[in-house]
Design a protein around this ligand. Sequence first.
Ligand SMILES: [Zn+2]
Length: 424
Amino acid sequence: MKKFFIYFTLFIITIAAIFMIAYHNNLYVWENPKQNIWIANGQLFDGTSEQVRDNPGILIKDGKIVCIGSNCQIPTEVKRIDATGKAIVPGLIDLHGHFLSGKARDPEQGIPSMIWQQLRYLPSVRRELIAAGVTSYRSLGDVMPAILDLKKELSEQNIAGPRLFIAGPIFTVKGGHPTQGKGIPTWVVERMTIQSDDPSYVKQQVAILAEQGIDGIKVIYQGSTNEKGVVTMPRISSDTLLALTSEARKHGLWVAVHTGSPEETDEAIAAGINTIEHGIRHGNLINSTTLQSIVENNIVYVPTLGREPQGHLNIAALNQSGVVFGVGTDSPVEMADGNSYHNELSRMVNAGIPDVKVLIAATRNGADALGKLAELGTIEVGKYADLLIVNGQPWQDIRELKKINIVILSGRIALDNSTEPLAY
Ligand SMILES: [Zn+2]
């Protein structure tokens, strides 16, 4: 009997060890430390304007950009990067994703594989985002509390991946979007939504989430009624929307709203939101009043054209009115080749936004939408050293942003393709 227990214990230890090794194998952790970096030569697009200039030299220390120019005191211990013939641009920001939503992630591999991937915080997704140059990612609706755990693991640098900003669950009502989505298990929907049209209840929930560490909130403000006036998809009332925006503001949180009709969009703007997600949809055309109020209220418009094929219909009017665009993939809606971010950039250009403006949408405007322009989004002294070195001139042709040579995140070389062929 005693022998049995010894063998049994050894068996359990072996299984646990195999599990641990498998868990850490390809977990995707940072290989390089943060270091002093001096980037010389190349062309600098710092994101503060549409201008490009010869790089006068960029000094990175303790994760931040500490000096730009020829007068910088370069420390003796420094990693020197020669960007001759290359472009230096700020790191890219995806404003609309659902990180843990694994439905589009190798579904043919089956449920056990998906659970395994989720347990390890989707190492392949984190890797693909860095390979695509995405240094900041905004989760607009993910399963709780897993997304909070992921944010913690990333910010403590236990695992590699972009900076993560999160909304936590989505505010909607029973039967509203996305609760009726096909193929999403009920337990997932329960954990990624708060379904209520009670203003005092949602205020309480925002306060709790703020305490837990969310960065902003995501609200669905799109309903539908059929020709007979019957509600086919309910949504929160305008009172509840106002309760959400006022409570969010109290806690310093941004408000991202998934809108629908032109009227709903106008009401959302009046309620004091920060970003419009998806935009005016389903072939509806935007009117001049809405255009004006988007501009006047400094709202960032995230068209997610990969999600909303008819969204391009309004792009020219938005662009002519001077609306500030942000970039959102709504991934993993379209994540087959890890390239969804760059596909979205191309769609925005094809819809009529000049390449240079799309580059600013992908960088500076993303930080603006996150309320982090003082820390991110441009290459300026005092900001986090999140930047890319690419082979090409993406301000002239946005497709060249794919030719990533080096990704620097928080003063760490997160990816170095300079001696190897491109990742994709
Ligand atoms: Zn979404």
